[in-house]
Design a protein around this ligand. Structure first.
Ligand SMILES: Nc1ncnc2c1ncn2[C@@H]1O[C@H](COP(=O)(O)OP(=O)(O)OP(=O)(O)O)[C@@H](O)[C@H]1O
Length: 330
């Protein structure tokens, strides 16, 4: 069996409206069982790509293959969507007056009662919502409803789970739990997950494969660590790691030589130390970041940011020695 589950080939979809966006000539493969995160700012085309993969949108050109079979568009079948895939949208599409159990079990209408109960209970256990089974959806928090929606989407042996902004309704604590849950469920059940998020941390945390979209174009795809360390575009470094971007002139003012137009580095690549090669910077501001500080530093009129792991060590107006051991050139 081929490892590739989904292949997207030269996919283009432009909306027919003034200044309309869409996606342009996108190609990539998805491996069976992987968690794939589509990352990009608002309007970059993430939802358009997700809906196209599911077969909900009529695309202009290109094709999507699921197990080597072309995914049909909405005009080619009675009920748009792909049978082996399920999409959880931000509105969850749950019956709010029905119980949690019944919402999930409703997906197994062609199954005998015993199997139906077994599968529903098992899926509730995976999502840690077993104690909620007799509650009505209307009595649940946003995060709990989200879990029910995911359980409902997965219970009927779904092969691909499509999640549109799955963490938009939940607070930071629950978000961390849900992210870990999705990662765990994917590895326990073997389901392939494709999720859309505007928060790059989601992708870095849980994805096997990241896709970075900008203005409808796929800038880069690959493993999160690979893309983080070797971004092909300045935008990717900015969105993933809040990178410092300097023009050639500014880079040279702080002692970084380049033949290219820009120099890019992550704040953690700027190391505070007093080696011979270190340069003096003035601390302009200190931002509290929890277990570390971010320093806003200045030298010859150029501002950069660096991390201070030893919290509180250097304060505003102090001078520090900095060694930028590694940087990228664009
Ligand atoms: N039905 C539509 N008709 C016209 N333009 C649309 C339509 N749907 C989306 N667009 C436009 O296409 C572009 C991509 O939209 P899409 O919803 O795919 O982006 P997104 O990255 O998911 O954004 P967000 O994070 O805000 O949901 C945007 O410029 C959007 O305004």
């Amino acid at each position: 069996m081929s490892n590739t589950l989904i292949s997207v080939k030269n996919l283009t979809k432009q909306y027919q409206a003034e200044q309309a966006g869409g996606i342009k000539n996108i190609s990539f493969d998805i491996k069976r069982g992987d968690v794939v995160a589509i990352i990009g700012e608002s309007g970059s085309g993430k939802s358009t790509l997700l809906k196209s993969i599911y077969g909900l949108l009529k695309t202009d050109s290109g094709e999507i293959f699921f197990e080597n079979q072309r995914v049909k568009g909405p005009d080619e079948q009675l009920i748009p969507g792909h049978k082996q895939m399920k999409m959880v949208t931000q509105d969850f599409s749950l019956n709010i007056y029905a119980k949690v159990y019944d919402n999930i079990a409703s997906q197994l209408s062609n199954t005998d009662l015993k199997t139906k109960a077994e599968k529903t209970l098992q899926m509730m256990e995976h999502l840690r919502i077993l104690p909620l089974q007799n509650k009505k959806i209307i009595e649940l928090s946003g995060g709990e409803q989200q879990r029910v929606a995911i359980a409902k989407a997965m219970v009927a042996d779904t092969q691909v789970l499509l999640l549109d902004e799955p963490f938009s309704q939940v607070d930071a604590l629950l978000k961390n739990q849900l992210r870990a849950d999705i990662k765990r469920i994917a590895s326990e059940t073997g389901v392939t997950v494709i999720l859309v998020s505007h928060d790059p941390a989601d992708g870095l945390f849980l994805a096997d494969q990241l896709l970075i979209l900008k203005n409808g174009e796929l800038l880069q795809t690959g493993k999160p660590a690979e893309i983080y360390q070797h971004p092909k575009h300045i935008y990717t470094a900015q969105i993933l790691g809040n990178a410092v971007v300097l023009s050639k002139t500014d880079a040279e003012k702080i002692g970084l030589k380049t033949q290219k137009e820009s120099v890019v580095f992550y704040p953690e690549w700027a190391e505070i130390n007093s080696n011979w090669s270190s340069r003096r910077f003035e601390v302009k501001d200190v931002y509290y970041k929890g277990f570390y500080d971010e320093l806003l530093l200045e030298r010859n009129g150029v501002n950069i940011r660096a991390l201070q792991l030893n919290r509180g060590e250097h304060k505003k107006n102090d001078h520090v020695q900095l060694n930028i051991s590694h940087f990228l050139e664009f």
